[in-house]
Design a binder for this molecule. Structure first.
Ligand SMILES: [Zn+2]
Length: 86
């Protein structure tokens, strides 16, 4: 029985336990970024569920900023413009 404890070893153990603990910083593997359930479309200014947005991997949020309806309208307009230009 030793009266002297290795505090350094205790610190390491504690830090390791924290790091590998079940309640780590990433206990929500589904969405690393906490996003609201609804997103406001900047174009039609409507609050829509994430379901109303197309996924976009290039965005930080993982979804397009415009809702599906606005994205479709934009695509249609772009298509008509390109058609008219041709
Ligand atoms: Zn919209």
């Amino acid at each position: 029985m030793g009266g002297v404890r290795k505090t350094s070893a205790a610190d390491t153990t504690e830090a390791g336990a924290k790091h590998h603990g079940p309640h780590g910083p990433s206990d929500t593997p589904r969405s690393p970024i906490s996003l609201p359930d609804v997103v406001r479309c900047p174009r039609c200014r409507e609050l829509k569920a994430r379901d109303g947005f197309y996924p976009d991997r290039s965005k930080a949020s993982g979804f397009k900023s415009l809702c599906k309806e606005c994205d479709k309208a934009k695509a249609r307009r772009y298509y008509e413009q390109s058609k008219a230009a041709a």
